[in-house]
Write a protein that binds this ligand. Structure first.
Ligand code: FMN
Length: 435
């Protein structure tokens, strides 16, 4: 646990965040937001007013296609399709703010390391050190099909990602912080002795280059990672400044903290282990109203929408399973971590597969924290203190109204209790988030 809680707004550049069908709510403005810079800039300003550390965009880069082996249900119900690029929003949101960190998920399956690094480092330099990168290995069949790639076996994707990261570090270290001379009189822009070409030849990648940008004040983007299998955690403790986790229950969060700490010890990590857990607050004036809202959000999800969501993410076609049977854990080449999270939901509640799918469709395995602002703040503080996490990826439901409610009603309570900042400590994302 850090001495102050850290908060990231957990967003998706699609018709929904982590609750299927929110777009159908009369107050929701996301569909207009898919065509509006203003919608995202207003959200960024609200989050900065609330002193959030930053935003954190998940990314599902291609239409989910595992349920019934087709895209129809995902498309019909707007389950993460249209699936717009989150990277496009980082400059939009950066240009409306001064302090807010801006992180996006970018799959290493998608583009060569040099190109990914160029985009990330350009944004990082341009925003003076406010960018973060959630490194994912790319687990969706839809993504592999879209890119025309063979789907690599689970652990091999991490081997490939290791090479990817080696190139990124090599490039980030290829230019010194003081390389910029900018001597107009003598015509010297850069000191060439501070710029070194980096060369890498591996099994999956090769690259010979210098970084295409100068280093930002934070040196490189803040790194996040969310792999939660054994291999995924070994990768995460090696590379991530902050590990992102989804665990439906506090017991699972505590267990994950133990696993990550053990992996950090095995991997020889010297940096403190920082974990941020996904949560979904459902806040209203009273507990009763909040419960009503939670029910309304869940009841709006047709079976097909929940099943398209869960099938796509876990890489298992749930239409082939008996939905009224309790679920037992299945192995998957897609996301072992998310599969374990789904099983945890089910094991605790003895849910049928159908119920688990709806629950997943409502919050993607994240615990819902339902109540009046005081109750939500109390529960967040209890989880933060009880698990030793640094804070939370807070996923909104109806947007932007649920973000407004959280910032206006929950944040002041956390601030009053002294567990959340009243002003930014530093200028860069890493100074605020990793302090
Ligand atoms: C909490 C969590 C969030 C994730 N978010 C994304 C995402 O937004 N986009 C994506 O392509 N993969 C995402 N993933 C997939 C992981 O990055 C990883 O590729 C996948 O979980 C397989 O690794 P694992 O078996 O080690 O968990 C997420 C995984 C977890 C556990």
């Amino acid at each position: 646990m850090t001495d102050r809680m850290h908060l990231l707004s957990f967003l998706v550049h699609s018709p929904i965040n982590h609750t299927a069908m929110t777009w159908a709510n009369a107050d929701d403005q996301r569909i207009e937001g898919l065509q509006s810079f203003k919608y995202w800039q207003d959200i960024a300003r609200t989050l900065e007013r609330g002193k959030f550390d930053g935003v954190f965009f998940a990314d599902i880069p291609a239409a989910l296609d595992a349920y019934r082996d087709r895209i129809d249900e995902s498309v019909k119900h707007g389950v993460l399709w249209p699936s717009q690029d989150p990277m496009a929003l980082l400059s939009v949101m950066a240009s409306a703010t001064q302090h807010l960190g801006l992180a996006a998920t970018l799959s290493v399956a998608a583009i060569p390391p040099y190109i990914a690094l160029r985009t990330l480092s350009t944004l990082d330099y341009l925003s003076r050190g406010r960018i973060g990168w959630n490194i994912v290995t790319g687990h969706l069949r839809a993504e592999h099909r879209a890119l025309g790639l063979e789907q690599l076996e689970h652990d091999e994707r991490y081997d490939r990602a290791e090479e990817y990261m080696a190139i990124c570090y090599g490039l980030w270290n290829s230019v010194d912080q003081d390389a910029l001379v900018f001597d107009r009189a003598n015509g010297v822009l850069i000191d060439p002795s501070k710029v070194r070409r980096f060369e890498f030849k591996g099994k999956y990648f090769k690259s010979t280059a210098v970084s295409p940008t100068l280093p930002s004040p934070q040196g490189r983007p803040v790194l996040f990672q969310a792999g939660s299998s054994g291999r995924g955690q070994a990768f995460a403790v090696k590379h991530a400044d902050v590990i992102f986790g989804i665990q439906p229950h506090v017991s699972g969060m505590k267990k994950m903290m133990e696993q990550v700490r053990a992996a950090a010890t095995t991997g020889g990590r010297t940096d403190p282990v920082r974990v941020s857990f996904g949560i979904q607050p459902v806040v209203a004036g009273t507990e009763l109203e909040a419960k009503r809202l939670q029910k309304e959000l869940t009841e709006r999800i047709p079976d097909d929408a929940g099943l398209a969501r869960v099938s796509g993410t876990l890489g298992v076609d749930f239409s082939k399973l008996d939905l009224d049977q309790p679920m037992s854990e299945m192995d998957t080449q897609a996301s072992r971590g998310l599969m374990a999270a789904l099983s945890a939901v089910v094991n605790d509640k003895r849910m049928t597969l159908r119920e688990a799918a709806t629950r997943w469709g409502a919050s993607t395995g994240m615990p819902q924290i339902v109540g009046a602002p005081e109750q939500v703040a109390t529960e967040m503080e209890a989880i933060w203190r009880g698990t030793g996490c640094i804070g939370f990826n807070v996923t909104p439901t109806i947007t932007p109204s649920s973000i407004d409610v959280f910032v206006d009603q929950v944040i002041p309570i956390l601030q009053k209790r002294g567990v959340f900042r009243t002003d930014y400590e530093g200028k860069t994302f890493s100074e605020n988030l990793l302090s």
